[in-house]
Design a protein around this ligand. Structure first.
Ligand SMILES: O=P(O)(O)OP(=O)(O)OP(=O)(O)OC[C@H]1O[C@@H](n2cnc3c(O)ncnc32)[C@H](O)[C@@H]1O
Ligand SMILES: [Mg+2]
Length: 198
């Protein structure tokens, strides 16, 4: 049985500001009182699993147990076809300890070189966990292509080098509302909302 979210307060189990902003925007219609893991002083767990869902679940459970509140975690990343899915679950780690995404984007571009296949997917796993260890998992994906030079200052992470297929703007050029019409995160949210909030 899918468990529905009936509480009033939810922890966003993330330490990534760009992500927290997007999750808060996607949750806005539901009138939930949200608090981030950082606000609560929760530690950032080590991401030891080898899948998006595995790491999302690990982060959500750690926060739910520590805060004694339901917690929503997001594990996401960009999977490049020419790199056999890299950086994938290592997308944050490619940016180094300083989380330098200008450097990470250069790294991706250099690794792809002049490979003719420019396809990339953004993937988002969402995990909603409760303090009794019940978990619900969802995944969303958006197909696109790498662009270089990167374009746009909106969003975060790899957004300026990713253009969703069928659009002429990168995620870095789109206003947030447009990204939310089809992003990997918005698609995972659609499923979460249908299963747990509707
Ligand atoms: O684990 P938390 O604390 O949530 O924060 P994080 O930044 O480490 O998040 P992840 O482990 O899920 O790593 C995913 C990385 O993939 C990138 N990423 C995910 N979604 C993205 C998006 O919508 N646009 C651009 N980059 C994105 C971004 O750079 C993230 O740092
Ligand atoms: Mg992380």
């Amino acid at each position: 049985m899918v468990r529905r979210f009936t509480e009033k307060k939810l922890v966003i189990a993330s330490h990534n500001k760009g992500k927290i902003v997007e999750i808060a925007e996607l949750l806005a219609p539901f009138g939930i009182d949200v608090v981030s893991a950082g606000d609560l002083g929760l530690p950032e767990p080590e991401e030891t699993e080898n899948s998006f869902i595995g790491n999302a679940q690990l982060k959500a459970l750690a926060a739910a147990r520590a805060a004694k509140l339901p917690a929503l975690a997001d594990d996401s990343g960009m999977a490049v076809w020419a790199l056999d899915g890299a950086p994938g679950i290592y997308s944050a780690r490619w940016a180094g300890p300083d989380r330098d995404f200008d450097m990470a984007m250069e790294k991706v571009n250099t690794a792809v070189g002049n490979h003719p296949d420019r396809r990339a997917d953004f993937v988002c796993a969402l995990s909603l966990a409760w303090p009794d260890d019940h978990v619900e998992n969802f995944e969303g994906r958006i197909e696109g292509d790498l662009v270089w030079p990167k374009r746009g200052k909106n969003g975060f992470g790899y957004d300026p080098m990713f253009q969703p297929r069928g659009y002429d703007q990168t995620f870095g050029e789109m206003p947030a509302a447009k990204k939310h019409e089809m992003s990997h995160r918005a698609r995972a949210f659609d499923q979460l909302v249908k299963a747990c909030f509707a």
